[in-house]
Design a protein around this ligand. Sequence first.
Ligand code: ADP
Length: 664
Amino acid sequence: MSKGRLSGSSPRALAVLFLAVVAPPAITLVWLGIQLLQQDRSLGAQRDLERRQAAAQAVLRSLEHSLAEVERLTEAPLPAPLPDGVVRFTVSPTGVEAQPPARVLWLPVPRSMPPAEARQFAETEKIEFQGVADPALFTYQEIARSPKPAVRAGALLRLARIHRRAARWDDALAAYHSLAGINRVAIDGMPADLVALRATCSVLEDSGRKQELRREAAALEAGFLAGRWMLDQPAWELVAGQLEQWTGRALQVSAERKAFSAVADWLWNEWQRNRELPASGRRLVVGEATLLWRTPGGVLAILPSVLRAWTIPITAGEHLSLVTASGRLLAGPQPLNGPATVKLPASETGLPWTLVLSPGDSSRQTQEFAGRRRLLSLGLAAILLLLAGGSYFLWRVIQRELAVARLQTEFVSAVSHEFRTPLTSLRHLTELLEEDDDLPRERRRSFYEALGRNTERLHRLVESLLDFARMEGGRKPYDFEPVDAGELAAQVVADFRKEVEPRGFTIDLDVEAPAAFPLRADAASLTNALWNLLDNAVKYSPARTGPPAALTAAGLAQAGAAGRLRCAGDYQEERRAVHVSVHRHPAGVAISVRDDGLGIPRHERKEIFRRFVRGEQAGRLGIQGTGLGLAMVSHIVQAHGGTIELESEEGAGSTFRLVLPAHG
Ligand code: ADP
């Protein structure tokens, strides 16, 4: 088929031209998009950094405020309770005091108490150790009634000892019980009541009274952990060890209390070294991660984790950390290092550590950015898609226009050929008639008949061209009237037979019974349409030299190339029949024209109904035509409210069927 292909390198040139036009804006667009994204990202990062800087300043201010608040609390004439995580230490030559005391585990110097009486018992103890227990027991019982707690404590301790040695557990427990009621007396540097309670547990253990032991140990543990006795570290660890043994589990001690106890030790060491408290100002007790500073009321110790909790709430996704100058993490999560992290060093803040605000959860920004990037990418993709779609559409339009231009050129040359053949005959016949006046009558008449036929052919050609122009312009007038399809077909077939029978064609007509097929039609136009179909059926059924089996497109192409196809006036008697039939159709009436000719390749079956379009074989085999016939048939059938059906088999023939609505 004469498809609208561009000749030579035109498509490639056109494609290059197209690319040259389309690619630069597309590339520029993508580049701009990427630039925009990058700018967006750096702008976002800049904004984040500024926001974080402002937040860090706000955090600092809130910290300062909280610290000032705590200072104010401790300086008040009646010191108010301190918030959690804060301990005030007062240091004096006698030791270190912690306020509130329950926030430390031990103190460097235990609280001083008068020792239990010992000298008074020297004589009695001598008797006791000589193995004469009863008089000693009696003496201790007597002294245990003393009003002086120190004397009483000494007597009870010894009384319990004698009972214990004699395995009189209940008596020993009773003595220890009495001893537990005495406080502010020290036995071997440890409060008497604590000694009594420990001894009680020990007796219960020795006597195998496990349940009671558990109960007593639990009570002792509660008082011990609540800070009822302020011990030094060795004593504390001794009691703690015993408790763990009696209770069978580790002692639950908070790191915070351990840290504060260590601070007390440190303070005492400092005092002993310098005989004064650390210089005024905030400092960090490195190793214990505790902030200390002097206030008129003593030394305040604060845990950094508590400080962090005092700061104003920071934006979700931001992390606040406190880090020492050496980079050790004091509080908060491990900060991220990077340009997005804001650091306020000690030199700037006056605090003894660096305050770090880092984008801990960068996923939020990443998500935000990813959202924007997705949107922009989608926009870009949409624009590119539009550009591609537009380009494709434009490309198709240009190709189509070029194809039409080419078809028109082919049409002009085809029409010229169509005119030339009858014109050449006319000139030739006229010359013959002019040259010889003595031509026999018969011969002269046949010349005149030939002149008439050719003139008629020219007339039909011009008429059909004018008709087509009118149809295309929508100016073709149709004169609809009742017509019988069978009669019309019979008339056209009769006229057409006269044309082609001399050339060896047979046209048979089969009108289905009953032979009345009323239509509302423009008889002249319908005749024209049917004539065109008959003309094509004859035109595209050229004579073949080979057997019918060789009637393939390839075979025909070969035959044509070898010049074995005969010209229009040289047809043979084989397979030259055209069959016309008029019959009923579900949509009305059908007029079919069937031939046994070349057939039409599947891919051409739609295109051949477009104006100027000619089949590939028509061109290759040199069959004359203008490419207007089927376009005209289409116009006419449409004007009648009908359709055209085409069935074809390559090399076996075609059937064109005009389906028209029946009238009445
Ligand atoms: P033309 O015959 O002048 O080329 P038409 O519009 O009548 O133009 O037909 C268009 C094309 O359809 C022809 O070039 C031919 O390839 C194909 N064609 C039409 N009728 C037949 C037929 N009966 N058998 C085979 N091919 C046909």
